[in-house]
Design a protein around this ligand. Structure first.
Ligand SMILES: [Ca+2]
Length: 348
């Protein structure tokens, strides 16, 4: 009898706790984006994933300029009926170079030249880096930043308030590559778009999770998935289908088998960490190389040889240890990711 009462009391306690558990399990995220075709897919993936609570979208220039990017983000949120999520514009140009756009890959409007209905959502008036700082302090140790564009806004935020590096839960970056770039032989587009910002962010004192273009390029949305999307219907589904068709055709013309799911893969890693394999490394960003500006230079040994000048030559005298500053995705479970992506946006 006493045991029965105890079991009953325990069951009541579990029930009382259940909503707070469910709440705690939702990961608060801020997505910093330059929409962008794969950005659009990442945004809609995030908004349709119950594991995530998107606290804000912040917009950075990259694939398109900052004004077009903000308009695109607002239209996508309106499409998803989510004007409750703040969308804030930020930097209008990279820290130390001119803006490189990528309309060749993303269409003139950045969204595969698909005309979305005018947005019912209004832009938040706060400056994106300030909004990031404000939200990280509002929810200490809870926010995961997901930058999927050049790192300008994040660099401005950590430069203004370095304390946020200890207050975020995680930062999952789509950017870089440890095996060749997609803009040049060495550089991936988001890092190439603002190498100085990237070097600030990688060395800000946190351990970033890096989902690079090399892994994105082994995670391709192909015609098989396109036909799955084509057989579903709904306002979001149909926009994702149109974007996917444009992006696959553009990729095929350039010798790819399908569309590299760069940004959605980064978002999916916050939904399910097991979708990629991560390795600890030290990563620096090349800001000066003749052929390599914007390369993420990954040290897999955890150290550099210490070479000391002896007369007319150098001799090795041990190692200079480098801190781990990045968990780098080295592979993905592409099939499981694609199934997740399709299941979240199909029919929406
Ligand atoms: Ca992007």
């Amino acid at each position: 009898m006493i045991l029965g009462r105890m079991v009953f009391a325990f069951a009541l306690a579990v029930l009382a706790c259940a909503p707070s558990w469910a709440q705690a399990e939702k990961r608060r995220v801020i997505i910093d984006t330059d929409p962008g075709t794969d950005d659009a897919m990442a945004i809609l993936l995030a908004l349709n994933s119950p594991e995530l609570k998107v606290e804000a979208f912040t917009v950075v220039p990259g694939n398109v300029d900052g004004k077009q990017g903000l308009e695109n983000a607002l239209k996508l949120l309106s499409l998803a009926g989510r004007c409750d999520v703040p969308v804030a514009g930020g930097a209008q140009h990279p820290l130390n170079q001119k803006l490189y756009t990528a309309m060749y890959w993303h269409g003139k409007n950045g969204l595969a030249d698909i005309e979305l209905p005018p947005s019912n959502c209004k832009a938040d008036t706060r400056f994106a880096p300030d909004l990031i700082i404000e939200l990280v302090h509002k929810y200490p140790h809870e926010i995961t930043l997901i930058p999927v564009g050049p790192l300008t806004n994040i660099a401005l935020a950590v430069s203004k308030d370095p304390s946020i590096t200890k207050l975020v839960k995680d930062i999952v970056i789509m950017g870089g590559s440890i095996s060749g770039g997609n803009v040049t032989g060495a550089a991936e587009a988001n890092i190439f778009g603002d190498p100085e910002a990237a070097q600030i962010v990688f060395n800000a004192g946190w351990v970033v999770t890096m989902v690079g273009s090399d892994v994105g390029e082994r995670t391709l949305l192909r015609r098989k998935q396109l036909s799955e999307l084509e057989s579903g219907h709904g306002p979001q589904n149909d926009v994702v289908t149109g974007i996917a068709r444009f992006y696959i055709e553009r990729s095929e013309k350039n010798g790819w088998d399908g569309a590299a799911m760069y940004d959605p893969l980064a978002v999916s890693v916050v939904i399910d960490r097991t979708l990629v394999n991560l390795k600890d490394m030290h990563v620096d960003v090349e800001t000066r190389g003749e052929f390599t500006r914007g390369e993420t230079v990954a040290n897999r040994m955890g150290a550099n040889e210490k070479n000391v000048l002896h007369g007319d030559h150098y001799e090795i005298e041990g190692y200079d240890v480098l801190p781990v500053n990045a968990r780098v995705a080295v592979s993905s479970d592409a099939e499981r990711f694609l199934a997740l992506f399709i299941s979240r946006v199909r029919g929406k």
